[in-house]
Design a protein around this ligand. Structure first.
Ligand code: ACO
Length: 329
């Protein structure tokens, strides 16, 4: 049975930080950030809010929109690289308990900024195989808590948020809608282009010895930029080619919202009008695995997305990972 996205929901913490506010304590400016990234604001979680605390309201909204209760779910997938706990337990289990998904399995999917693309394909595979009927997929991130807030190369780029979808078997109601195809790719040779050097088992945390900056996210911005443009170009070309489509068949391309310049450079190479890429990094900055479902929820709420529209999502990020989903909404 084909799988389709039955509903979508999102949640962003209310605290909204502008570039101007950021420039009060980091050596940067609104002009630099906006001109280099397209970002004006980011939402920041409260000190007591973890990734699951953002995921739960997003999940509730998706369930409500689907007209379902949590006990109907067979599987909870949480895509996050900022989990509630390091390694164990999974954030998915925390979400499963909080929403009362009493009949569901739960696991995290770790593909960083490609996490939603990977988790959506995982959900589709479970539904197609008949191993699950209704799957909750959430992308949720609290990057504000893994930032070195003195490092202007990284802290200006990220924000917090969550987005969720319910994936179900295609029915009469969703007869045209489907997750049609996915591409999942990786290149671990770039593992250290974007990473947190210490705190795991490679460089374990030693109290009083491990510098704070080694526990925070570090990035080779230039290297990631070059990889990201190529990843967007290659996945879109492959997805269109293998489904016998041209860009004019696609209502919207919904990329991971890392940086407007990455998307504009890719659009130019692909010769696709940049207006066909839905962008909202201006408001949320880079929310990693949450950015695509946050955008889908916004598009759905604004009526930009209608049932039957073809959409291609494109993820790229640490790992390095990249990929895409072709969705008929
Ligand atoms: N404010 C002011 N100046 C800054 C800032 C800042 N926030 N950051 C860097 N600069 C300065 C640099 O110090 C440098 O100054 P210098 O010339 O005097 O040395 C100058 O600006 C240019 O720096 P570059 O790093 O060359 O700037 P660039 O144009 O490459 O833009 C950026 C940097 C935006 C990070 C870009 O490389 C990029 O977008 N990379 C991809 C990043 C990304 O999207 N990462 C997330 C991937 S998703 C995931 O998996 C988490």
């Amino acid at each position: 049975m084909e799988a389709f996205i039955r509903s979508v929901g999102a949640y962003a913490p209310p605290r909204r930080m502008s570039n101007h506010e950021l420039a009060e304590f980091v050596d940067t400016s609104h002009e630099w950030i906006y001109s280099h990234t397209g970002i004006s604001y980011r939402h920041i979680a409260e000190p007591d809010q973890a990734a699951s605390d953002l995921a739960v309201p997003a999940a509730h909204r998706a369930l409500e929109a689907a007209g379902m209760t949590a006990d109907e779910l067979d599987l909870v997938l949480v895509a996050t690289s900022t989990p509630d706990y390091i390694g164990l337990p999974s954030t998915a289990c925390v979400v499963q308990h909080a929403i009362g998904a009493t009949s569901a399995g739960a696991m995290d999917v770790m593909a960083v900024c490609s996490g939603f693309v990977y988790a959506l394909e995982t959900a589709r595979a479970f539904v197609k195989a008949g191993s699950a009927r209704h799957v909750l997929v959430v992308g949720t991130e609290v990057y504000s808590k893994i930032m070195d807030w003195t490092d202007r190369n990284t802290c200006v780029l990220f924000g917090d948020g969550a987005g969720a979808v319910i994936v179900s078997p295609q029915t009469e109601e969703g007869a045209k809608s489907a997750v049609v195809d996915s591409i999942l790719r990786s290149d671990g040779s770039g593992a250290e282009s974007l990473f947190r050097p210490c705190g795991g088992t490679r460089c374990a945390y030693i109290p009083g010895q491990t510098p704070d900056s080694e526990l925070a996210l570090q990035m080779n911005g230039r290297k990631v930029y070059i990889f990201a443009v190529r990843a967007v170009v290659d996945t879109i070309n492959e997805m269109l080619k293998r489904n016998n489509l041209t860009f004019s068949d696609i209502r919207y391309f919904v990329p991971h919202q890392a940086n407007r310049r990455i998307i504009e450079a890719a659009a130019k190479r692909l010769e696709i009008p940049s207006e066909q890429f839905y962008l909202n990094m201006d408001e949320y900055a880079n929310t990693s695995a949450a950015s695509i479902p946050l955008a889908l929820d916004e598009m759905n709420a604004k009526g930009v997305l209608k049932r039957g529209d073809a959409v291609i999502t494109i993820g790229f990020g640490a790992g390095l990972t990249y990929g895409a989903n072709l969705i008929v909404w």
